[in-house]
Design a protein around this ligand. Structure first.
Ligand SMILES: *[C@@H]1O[C@H](CO)[C@@H](O)[C@H](O)[C@H]1NC(C)=O
Ligand SMILES: *[C@@H]1O[C@H](CO)[C@@H](O)[C@H](O)[C@H]1NC(C)=O
Ligand SMILES: *[C@@H]1O[C@H](CO)[C@@H](O)[C@H](O)[C@H]1NC(C)=O
Ligand SMILES: *[C@@H]1O[C@H](CO)[C@@H](O)[C@H](O)[C@H]1NC(C)=O
Length: 854
């Protein structure tokens, strides 16, 4: 009940925030600037772990949102909520639901609160509450209209696609020899089983969720987290084609034709998700079905319609995109700057989709849009970050140097007070440095700068959530441009140098296998001295094996291919280690002390699970001594009736002391790894507070001798401190911790593709059948635990065989995961890496073979 009340306060507070923001909109033309400066702290991109959702958890108490969410919807977020750091006052549904029923497109101000809502790549946060019954009237829509750009790029400044004949690029795929009949039979049988799974999931989507973004695979309902433009349908088109499901493909195109991208169920378009899933999906389906000659023109038509809307997001003074694009014409037409806090992954992962569209349509402006982002990254990498080569997780994209601005303002006000001061001249000089166009002068003043870190102080660097696909795109974009833009190669090579120097580590695992993972570093800017390493193992980071493998081939760095193998092996290990055979979303392991000579060390592992290991033996000894002393004094009292009173008191004191020992013991158990008390200590704590004193220690108020006295009690005594071994054993049992992991902070599996993605790359690159075998175990495990009657579902925990299904089937299940499994068992020339390059949503784009002639 307490929780319920607490959440009501959140909702109430959220309502106040909504109201205040509404006032801001009313009173200021600079709303967009304001909104741009509200940090997007919400989860974004496939990299970031799923968000916390505190308000939503108990929204059932709040009648006004009840019609927009169901219990099913809450479950994933509750389970996946492992960070607890997200601002709870960010419920899209509060604002949306308030508008529902009365809202019209022109009710502009009420749209604004949803600026606070940041959806979440591949987790479906934005989807929350979107599940609805077929036929039910949907949430108020935004209706797009083309508005004139405030900061157009003059035609003469448009960056063109690099021209020329594509470079000769070393082959990526292994030169496969002809397979034996037996090998072929096994391979094809497996391939058919993968296809059968696709057919099942597709049929479920078609029957229960056609035209909507996602199937809810347990309840047979649907959700619309991605503007309601049929995300799963568009995302899966190329998979249908590749698997030879041509009838389904053509049926789906009828639905594609019905999609109206000018109307959407969200007031902010999540630009990154929309680009990789929808734009990438349409362009790849066009490419793979034969492009111009294939005759499915509707795909290109729809891609252009969508791109036209997305292009509006780039209309800022420095042409950095608004990644949560408020596309309502009233807002879209206002001048505004890009966000002061954008995720690296979202900013850098638009490149391939817009580039391929530019190539197909011969329109350089699509390329221009993303080339400017690349140039900004390139300039930033040259200028330098705390960890040279890679970028901090959050980026200030405003293009405005606040430090310089503050200095300027300080100098100005100083000048006002000292009107005769000579510095006045300097100030005017400074002011001249600010170049401002007419439109820009509507915005607050700005001293221009490139990309910088969004956080003052602590910065995070990793290859995981929120960061990953930007790095993934550098070598892929180089391929897509036929090797004609050297910036991508330079960017990539500096990234791999940094990753090798700072992030890669070999984990200490029970079978001593030679694996690698990529860590996360936190630094205050002096990583040589203040780097804080987190030896994480996250599913999202598993793409990196494929990246190292592929880039090692095209840039002729065999060492990187070897690293790619070990990184992929790491994720395979993580799959093999759990009771379900599926890797968790996020966990921690121990790094080897020496990467070249690493052996499993049980002592070290146990000590890390139990930071108090050193004092446990001592505590047991103290406890036993006290107990013996108490017993001795009681016995003495029993012998001599004259001393009865005093000995009883002594026993009482001993009892208090023991409680002291136990308490401090518990406090020390606060593990730095877990940051919270373990189950073991919790149960001990409740023993302490709720149970009667232990047998043998009954506090005597009436001068009676203790009732029980049993020598065996020493063994069974629940108050006796745990030994190191007992503690570790209990902890591992309580948490279902697989050997090798020191913590599994996010136990879920949400049908993600990254591990099988890298396994597939490794197979195509090395030709080693080992990868097909590993992949098959992964497939069997995933199917075993995620299958529902009508599809496949995310699960709460990979650590328990009786795991719960979460009723979520993200579009990447059919777009990516099943596609990679299928391609692992297809002929190697199906989507050959020497002809195709896949975006971060597994959408294959055709690599150029002839000159661009734009
Ligand atoms: C929820 O929906 C039901 C049925 O459609 C309706 O009667 C009820 O008023 C709605 N509640 C709110 C708070 O809008
Ligand atoms: C911002 O301005 C400060 C102070 O003038 C300067 O030291 C800093 O280098 C500038 N930052 C960038 C990224 O230009
Ligand atoms: C195992 O780890 C413990 C604790 O870190 C250490 O003292 C011991 O030397 C290690 N054993 C081996 C064989 O490295
Ligand atoms: C105390 O004395 C009684 C009788 O003399 C005996 O039965 C009992 O076992 C003694 N208790 C202890 C704890 O020694």
């Amino acid at each position: 009940m307490f929780r319920l009340r607490k959440y009501r306060y959140y909702v109430f507070f959220a309502a106040i925030v909504v109201f205040l923001l509404y006032r801001v909109v009313q009173n200021s033309d600079e709303w967009e600037t304001v909104s741009a400066s509200i940090p997007h702290t919400g989860p974004s991109s496939k990299l970031r772990p799923p968000p916390a959702s505190n308000i939503v958890a108990d929204h059932r108490a709040d009648a006004f949102i009840e019609n927009f969410s169901t219990e099913d919807d809450d479950l994933p977020r509750k389970i996946l909520d492992n960070t607890g750091k997200e601002n709870p006052i960010k419920d899209p549904d509060v604002a949306t639901a308030q508008r529902a029923g009365t809202g019209h497109d022109d009710e502009v101000p009420l749209d604004s609160p949803t600026n606070l809502n940041v959806p979440d790549r591949k987790v479906g946060d934005g989807a929350h509450g979107a599940e609805s019954q077929p036929g039910k009237v949907a949430i108020t829509a935004t209706h797009w209209e083309k508005v004139p750009e405030n900061f157009p790029v003059p035609n003469s400044d448009i960056i063109p696609l690099p021209a020329g004949k594509p470079k000769t690029i070393p082959t990526i795929q292994y030169a496969f020899e002809k397979e034996s009949r037996k090998v072929k039979e096994i391979r094809e049988a497996r391939q058919q089983l993968v296809k059968a799974e696709m057919k099942r999931s597709w049929a479920g989507y078609w029957k229960y969720a056609k035209g909507h973004d996602e199937l809810s695979p347990v309840t047979g309902k649907f959700r619309d987290p991605f503007c309601g433009w049929a995300a799963t349908l568009v995302d899966s088109l190329d998979t249908l084609w590749i698997m030879g499901m041509k009838d389904e493909f053509e049926e789906a195109l009828v639905e594609v034709e019905k999609i109206d991208f000018t109307i959407g169920k969200r007031s902010e378009i999540p630009v990154f998700e929309t680009t990789i899933r929808y734009l990438g999906g349409l362009v790849a389906a066009y490419d793979i079905s034969g492009g111009h000659d294939g005759g499915y023109k509707i795909l290109l038509k729809k891609a252009r319609e969508l791109a036209e809307i997305l292009m509006g997001a780039f209309d800022t003074p420095n042409r950095m995109p608004l990644l949560y694009y408020n596309w309502n014409p009233h807002f879209a037409s206002q001048p505004k700057r890009a966000s002061s806090r954008a995720g690296v992954a979202e900013l850098g992962s638009l490149a391939m989709e817009f580039t391929r569209l530019a190539q197909i349509t011969n329109e350089n402006r699509y390329y221009d849009a993303v080339a400017r982002i690349t140039n900004a990254f390139y300039e930033w990498q040259e200028r330098g970050t705390s960890i040279p080569g890679i970028f901090p997780e959050n980026v200030d994209t405003t293009g405005c140097n606040r430090t310089a601005q503050n200095e300027l303002e300080a100098a100005r006000s100083a000048a006002e007070f000292e009107a005769y001061d000579e510095t006045e001249d300097d100030i005017f000089e400074d002011s001249d440095k600010i170049e401002r166009s007419a439109k820009e002068s509507i915005l607050p003043e700005c001293v221009s700068q490139g990309l910088t870190s969004a956080s003052w102080g602590v910065e995070q660097y990793s290859m995981g959530g929120s960061q990953d696909s930007t790095y993934e795109y550098f070598p892929k974009q180089w391929l897509l441009l036929g090797g004609l833009e050297p910036k991508y190669k330079e960017l990539h090579l500096k990234v791999t140098e940094a990753v090798k120097k700072w992030l890669l580590y070999r984990p200490m695992v029970p079978d001593d296998r030679d694996a690698l993972f990529s860590a996360k570093i936190t630094t205050r800017g002096e990583p040589e001295t203040d780097a804080n390493m987190q030896y994480e193992v996250t599913h999202l980071t598993c793409f990196i094996g494929g990246m190292f493998g592929m880039s090692g081939k095209i840039f002729e760095r065999p060492g990187d291919v070897e690293i790619g193998k070990k990184l992929t092996e790491g994720c395979v290990w993580a799959y093999e280690s759990t009771p379900t055979g599926i890797m968790p979303e996020g966990a921690l392991v121990l790094p080897c002390q020496d990467a070249n000579d690493c052996h499993w060390n049980m002592t070290r592992y146990m000590q890390n699970l139990d930071p108090s290991y050193e004092i446990r033996a001592l505590r047991i000894k103290e406890y036993d001594e006290k107990k013996a002393k108490a017993k001795a004094s009681r016995e003495e009292g029993n012998k001599s009736a004259r001393h009865l009173t005093s000995s009883a008191n002594k026993a009482g004191n001993a009892n208090d002391d023991d409680t002291e020992v136990q308490r401090s013991d518990l406090e020390d158990d606060e593990s730095p790894i877990l940051g919270q008390k373990t189950e073991v200590s919790r149960s001990l704590a409740s023993d302490l507070h709720d149970s009667d004193p232990a047998p043998g220690f009954t506090r005597s108020h009436n001068h009676q001798a203790p009732l029980h006295e049993d020598e065996d009690m020493v063994e069974e005594d629940p108050l006796r401190p745990l030994s190191h071994e007992e503690f570790v054993t209990q902890k591992m049992q309580n948490e279902n911790l697989p050997l090798g992991f020191v913590d599994v902070n996010s136990k879920a599996y949400i049908l993600r593709p990254e591990a099988i993605e890298s396994v597939w790359y490794m197979y195509r690159i090395t030709g080693d059948k080992h990868w097909q075998e590993k992949g098959w175990k992964m497939f069997e495990a995933i199917v075993r635990y995620t299958t529902t009657e009508i599809g496949n579902s995310a699960i709460t925990s990979v650590l328990a065989k009786d795991t719960t299904q979460l009723n979520e089937m993200e579009s990447f299940w059919t777009a990516e995961t099943l596609k990679y499994f299928y391609l692992l068992y297809s002929e190697p020339n199906v989507v050959s890496l020497d002809d195709w390059v896949l975006n971060t949503e597994a959408h294959p784009f055709k690599r150029p073979k002839t000159s661009f002639d734009i």
